[in-house]
Design a protein around this ligand. Structure first.
Ligand SMILES: [Zn+2]
Length: 283
Protein backbone atom coordinates (compact mmCIF):
# COMPACT_ATOMS: atom_id res chain seq x y z
CA UNK A 1 0.00 0.00 0.00
CA UNK A 2 2.80 2.30 0.94
CA UNK A 3 4.71 1.46 -2.24
CA UNK A 4 1.57 1.95 -4.33
CA UNK A 5 0.84 5.41 -2.91
CA UNK A 6 4.42 6.57 -3.42
CA UNK A 7 4.21 5.34 -7.04
CA UNK A 8 1.03 7.33 -7.50
CA UNK A 9 2.67 10.41 -5.97
CA UNK A 10 5.71 9.99 -8.26
CA UNK A 11 3.45 9.57 -11.32
CA UNK A 12 1.49 12.69 -10.31
CA UNK A 13 4.72 14.65 -9.93
CA UNK A 14 5.94 13.57 -13.39
CA UNK A 15 2.53 14.40 -14.84
CA UNK A 16 2.46 17.87 -13.32
CA UNK A 17 6.03 18.63 -14.45
CA UNK A 18 5.25 17.49 -17.99
CA UNK A 19 2.06 19.58 -17.88
CA UNK A 20 4.06 22.62 -16.87
CA UNK A 21 6.54 22.03 -19.69
CA UNK A 22 3.68 21.66 -22.17
CA UNK A 23 2.06 24.83 -20.87
CA UNK A 24 5.34 26.73 -21.11
CA UNK A 25 5.78 25.52 -24.70
CA UNK A 26 2.24 26.47 -25.60
CA UNK A 27 2.49 29.98 -24.16
CA UNK A 28 2.21 32.39 -27.05
CA UNK A 29 5.16 34.71 -27.58
CA UNK A 30 4.67 38.30 -26.53
CA UNK A 31 3.26 40.38 -29.38
CA UNK A 32 5.15 43.34 -30.74
CA UNK A 33 3.22 46.45 -29.82
CA UNK A 34 2.41 49.38 -32.09
CA UNK A 35 0.96 52.37 -30.26
CA UNK A 36 -0.78 54.90 -32.51
CA UNK A 37 -1.59 58.32 -31.16
CA UNK A 38 -4.39 60.17 -32.98
CA UNK A 39 -3.23 63.74 -32.44
CA UNK A 40 -5.45 66.28 -30.64
CA UNK A 41 -9.01 65.53 -29.49
CA UNK A 42 -11.57 67.12 -27.21
CA UNK A 43 -12.14 70.86 -27.31
CA UNK A 44 -11.17 72.37 -30.67
CA UNK A 45 -8.36 74.86 -30.26
CA UNK A 46 -7.40 76.57 -33.51
CA UNK A 47 -3.66 76.56 -33.99
CA UNK A 48 -1.25 79.37 -34.62
CA UNK A 49 1.12 78.79 -37.47
CA UNK A 50 3.78 81.20 -36.22
CA UNK A 51 5.04 78.74 -33.63
CA UNK A 52 4.16 80.95 -30.67
CA UNK A 53 1.31 78.88 -29.30
CA UNK A 54 2.15 76.66 -26.37
CA UNK A 55 -0.20 74.01 -25.14
CA UNK A 56 -0.31 70.77 -23.30
CA UNK A 57 0.11 68.44 -26.24
CA UNK A 58 -3.28 68.84 -27.76
CA UNK A 59 -3.44 72.36 -29.10
CA UNK A 60 -0.67 73.54 -31.45
CA UNK A 61 -1.95 73.75 -34.96
CA UNK A 62 -5.15 71.78 -34.59
CA UNK A 63 -5.98 72.45 -38.19
CA UNK A 64 -9.16 72.43 -40.26
CA UNK A 65 -9.75 71.92 -43.98
CA UNK A 66 -10.92 75.15 -45.69
CA UNK A 67 -14.08 74.11 -47.57
CA UNK A 68 -15.45 71.13 -45.71
CA UNK A 69 -14.25 72.21 -42.27
CA UNK A 70 -12.86 68.75 -41.50
CA UNK A 71 -10.97 68.88 -38.22
CA UNK A 72 -7.51 67.44 -37.80
CA UNK A 73 -8.51 65.71 -34.54
CA UNK A 74 -11.29 63.78 -36.35
CA UNK A 75 -9.09 62.84 -39.29
CA UNK A 76 -6.26 61.58 -37.06
CA UNK A 77 -8.69 59.27 -35.24
CA UNK A 78 -10.21 58.11 -38.54
CA UNK A 79 -6.74 57.24 -39.88
CA UNK A 80 -5.62 55.54 -36.66
CA UNK A 81 -8.69 53.28 -36.66
CA UNK A 82 -8.09 52.46 -40.34
CA UNK A 83 -4.46 51.56 -39.64
CA UNK A 84 -5.50 49.31 -36.75
CA UNK A 85 -8.05 47.62 -39.03
CA UNK A 86 -5.41 47.15 -41.76
CA UNK A 87 -3.06 45.49 -39.26
CA UNK A 88 -5.81 43.15 -38.12
CA UNK A 89 -6.50 42.13 -41.72
CA UNK A 90 -2.85 41.67 -42.69
CA UNK A 91 -1.53 38.11 -42.83
CA UNK A 92 2.00 39.48 -42.66
CA UNK A 93 1.25 41.43 -39.47
CA UNK A 94 -0.47 38.36 -37.99
CA UNK A 95 2.64 36.29 -38.77
CA UNK A 96 4.76 38.88 -37.00
CA UNK A 97 2.32 38.85 -34.05
CA UNK A 98 1.69 42.60 -33.96
CA UNK A 99 -0.79 44.17 -31.57
CA UNK A 100 -2.07 47.71 -32.18
CA UNK A 101 -3.20 50.03 -29.40
CA UNK A 102 -4.52 53.60 -29.78
CA UNK A 103 -3.96 56.31 -27.19
CA UNK A 104 -7.57 57.40 -27.67
CA UNK A 105 -10.60 55.78 -29.31
CA UNK A 106 -12.93 58.74 -29.00
CA UNK A 107 -12.95 62.52 -29.30
CA UNK A 108 -11.42 63.42 -25.97
CA UNK A 109 -8.64 65.62 -24.70
CA UNK A 110 -5.39 63.99 -23.63
CA UNK A 111 -2.23 65.69 -22.45
CA UNK A 112 1.16 64.95 -23.98
CA UNK A 113 2.16 63.12 -20.81
CA UNK A 114 -0.92 60.87 -20.77
CA UNK A 115 -0.37 59.94 -24.43
CA UNK A 116 3.25 59.05 -23.71
CA UNK A 117 2.08 57.02 -20.71
CA UNK A 118 0.09 54.73 -23.01
CA UNK A 119 3.27 53.92 -24.96
CA UNK A 120 5.12 53.28 -21.71
CA UNK A 121 2.39 51.14 -20.13
CA UNK A 122 2.02 49.09 -23.29
CA UNK A 123 5.81 48.69 -23.71
CA UNK A 124 5.51 49.99 -27.27
CA UNK A 125 7.92 48.76 -29.92
CA UNK A 126 6.70 51.42 -32.33
CA UNK A 127 5.08 54.68 -31.24
CA UNK A 128 3.64 56.96 -33.92
CA UNK A 129 1.71 60.16 -33.39
CA UNK A 130 -0.59 61.00 -36.32
CA UNK A 131 -1.20 64.60 -37.38
CA UNK A 132 -2.26 66.75 -40.32
CA UNK A 133 -0.44 69.95 -41.01
CA UNK A 134 -1.20 73.61 -41.77
CA UNK A 135 0.91 76.57 -42.86
CA UNK A 136 0.69 80.34 -42.73
CA UNK A 137 0.33 80.59 -46.53
CA UNK A 138 -2.19 77.71 -46.72
CA UNK A 139 -0.24 76.62 -49.79
CA UNK A 140 2.27 74.17 -48.34
CA UNK A 141 1.95 70.49 -49.12
CA UNK A 142 3.84 67.27 -48.49
CA UNK A 143 4.49 64.68 -45.82
CA UNK A 144 6.71 65.44 -42.85
CA UNK A 145 7.98 63.07 -40.19
CA UNK A 146 9.49 64.37 -36.97
CA UNK A 147 11.67 62.72 -34.38
CA UNK A 148 12.69 63.81 -30.95
CA UNK A 149 16.13 65.15 -31.76
CA UNK A 150 19.37 63.88 -30.32
CA UNK A 151 20.05 67.01 -28.35
CA UNK A 152 17.10 69.19 -27.45
CA UNK A 153 18.33 72.44 -26.00
CA UNK A 154 15.30 72.64 -23.70
CA UNK A 155 11.64 72.00 -23.50
CA UNK A 156 9.82 73.69 -20.65
CA UNK A 157 12.36 72.94 -17.95
CA UNK A 158 13.19 69.45 -19.18
CA UNK A 159 16.01 68.27 -21.40
CA UNK A 160 14.59 65.72 -23.77
CA UNK A 161 17.78 64.33 -25.19
CA UNK A 162 17.19 61.29 -27.32
CA UNK A 163 19.95 58.65 -27.38
CA UNK A 164 17.92 56.71 -29.96
CA UNK A 165 17.72 59.50 -32.57
CA UNK A 166 19.61 57.41 -35.12
CA UNK A 167 17.06 54.58 -34.96
CA UNK A 168 14.13 57.03 -34.88
CA UNK A 169 15.51 58.87 -37.91
CA UNK A 170 15.98 55.68 -39.95
CA UNK A 171 12.39 54.64 -39.23
CA UNK A 172 11.17 58.18 -39.98
CA UNK A 173 12.63 57.91 -43.48
CA UNK A 174 10.90 54.57 -44.02
CA UNK A 175 7.60 56.02 -42.84
CA UNK A 176 7.90 59.21 -44.92
CA UNK A 177 8.76 57.21 -48.06
CA UNK A 178 5.85 54.80 -47.52
CA UNK A 179 3.16 57.40 -46.79
CA UNK A 180 4.25 59.93 -49.44
CA UNK A 181 4.41 57.08 -51.97
CA UNK A 182 0.89 55.93 -51.03
CA UNK A 183 -0.49 59.45 -51.54
CA UNK A 184 1.13 60.00 -54.95
CA UNK A 185 -1.69 58.40 -57.01
CA UNK A 186 -4.18 60.76 -55.35
CA UNK A 187 -2.23 63.97 -55.96
CA UNK A 188 0.61 63.88 -53.44
CA UNK A 189 4.16 64.87 -54.30
CA UNK A 190 6.64 62.34 -52.90
CA UNK A 191 9.53 64.68 -53.74
CA UNK A 192 8.12 66.95 -51.09
CA UNK A 193 8.66 64.68 -48.09
CA UNK A 194 10.92 65.54 -45.19
CA UNK A 195 12.28 64.15 -41.99
CA UNK A 196 12.90 66.71 -39.26
CA UNK A 197 14.47 66.55 -35.86
CA UNK A 198 18.03 67.78 -36.18
CA UNK A 199 19.08 70.21 -33.53
CA UNK A 200 19.49 72.90 -36.23
CA UNK A 201 15.83 72.23 -36.91
CA UNK A 202 13.08 74.24 -38.51
CA UNK A 203 11.14 75.05 -35.38
CA UNK A 204 10.22 71.37 -35.33
CA UNK A 205 11.30 70.84 -31.81
CA UNK A 206 8.67 73.20 -30.49
CA UNK A 207 5.89 70.92 -31.62
CA UNK A 208 3.85 69.62 -28.71
CA UNK A 209 3.88 66.14 -30.18
CA UNK A 210 7.65 66.11 -29.90
CA UNK A 211 7.35 66.90 -26.22
CA UNK A 212 5.18 63.79 -26.02
CA UNK A 213 7.86 61.69 -27.77
CA UNK A 214 10.38 63.22 -25.38
CA UNK A 215 8.34 62.07 -22.38
CA UNK A 216 8.13 58.53 -23.76
CA UNK A 217 11.87 58.56 -24.50
CA UNK A 218 12.65 59.19 -20.83
CA UNK A 219 11.57 55.65 -20.01
CA UNK A 220 14.64 53.57 -20.70
CA UNK A 221 12.73 50.27 -20.79
CA UNK A 222 11.52 51.36 -24.24
CA UNK A 223 15.08 51.31 -25.59
CA UNK A 224 14.15 48.92 -28.38
CA UNK A 225 11.31 51.16 -29.60
CA UNK A 226 11.22 53.67 -32.43
CA UNK A 227 9.15 56.84 -32.09
CA UNK A 228 7.94 59.28 -34.73
CA UNK A 229 5.38 61.99 -35.30
CA UNK A 230 3.95 62.18 -38.81
CA UNK A 231 2.19 65.13 -40.44
CA UNK A 232 0.49 63.22 -43.23
CA UNK A 233 -0.44 66.24 -45.41
CA UNK A 234 -1.37 69.93 -45.18
CA UNK A 235 -5.17 69.87 -44.99
CA UNK A 236 -5.48 73.67 -44.83
CA UNK A 237 -4.33 73.80 -48.47
CA UNK A 238 -7.45 73.85 -50.72
CA UNK A 239 -5.65 71.85 -53.42
CA UNK A 240 -4.71 69.13 -50.95
CA UNK A 241 -8.25 69.15 -49.58
CA UNK A 242 -9.63 68.53 -53.06
CA UNK A 243 -7.53 65.42 -53.70
CA UNK A 244 -7.28 64.05 -50.15
CA UNK A 245 -10.70 64.78 -48.70
CA UNK A 246 -13.26 64.56 -51.52
CA UNK A 247 -16.11 62.18 -50.84
CA UNK A 248 -14.59 59.72 -53.27
CA UNK A 249 -10.90 59.91 -52.31
CA UNK A 250 -11.17 60.31 -48.53
CA UNK A 251 -11.72 56.59 -47.76
CA UNK A 252 -9.38 55.43 -50.55
CA UNK A 253 -6.46 57.65 -49.53
CA UNK A 254 -6.98 56.66 -45.89
CA UNK A 255 -6.84 52.99 -46.81
CA UNK A 256 -3.76 53.46 -49.02
CA UNK A 257 -1.94 55.26 -46.20
CA UNK A 258 -2.99 52.56 -43.72
CA UNK A 259 -1.67 49.76 -45.95
CA UNK A 260 1.58 51.64 -46.55
CA UNK A 261 2.07 52.01 -42.78
CA UNK A 262 1.43 48.32 -42.18
CA UNK A 263 4.12 47.54 -44.77
CA UNK A 264 6.60 50.07 -43.37
CA UNK A 265 6.12 48.77 -39.82
CA UNK A 266 6.36 45.10 -40.87
CA UNK A 267 9.55 45.94 -42.82
CA UNK A 268 10.87 47.62 -39.71
CA UNK A 269 10.21 44.58 -37.52
CA UNK A 270 11.78 42.24 -40.06
CA UNK A 271 14.96 44.26 -40.58
CA UNK A 272 15.54 46.25 -37.41
CA UNK A 273 18.43 45.41 -35.11
CA UNK A 274 17.47 47.03 -31.82
CA UNK A 275 20.06 48.33 -29.36
CA UNK A 276 21.12 45.51 -27.06
CA UNK A 277 20.93 47.62 -23.91
CA UNK A 278 19.57 50.99 -22.81
CA UNK A 279 21.78 53.96 -23.71
CA UNK A 280 22.56 56.88 -21.46
CA UNK A 281 21.36 60.28 -22.62
CA UNK A 282 24.22 62.72 -23.14
CA UNK A 283 23.46 66.10 -21.56
ZN1 LIG B 1 -1.54 68.32 -35.08
Amino acid sequence: MKIQSSLIAAAAAIFSVSCLIALAQEKAPEPRVVVLDPGHGGRYIPGKTDGTQRGDGSSWNNTKSPKKGILEKDLTLEYALEIKKAFEASARAKGLNIKVVLTRYEDKHMSALSRAAVAVQQSADVFISLHFNASGSHRAHGTKVFISSEKHPYWEYVNFNNPYAKEDRAFAHQLADAVAGALEPFGGDPENRYVHGDSKGDGGFFKDGLRMLGYARQDSHLYQAVMNLIEIEFIDNPRVESWLLSEETRPLARKAVALSMVDAICDHFENFTPPSAPRKARY
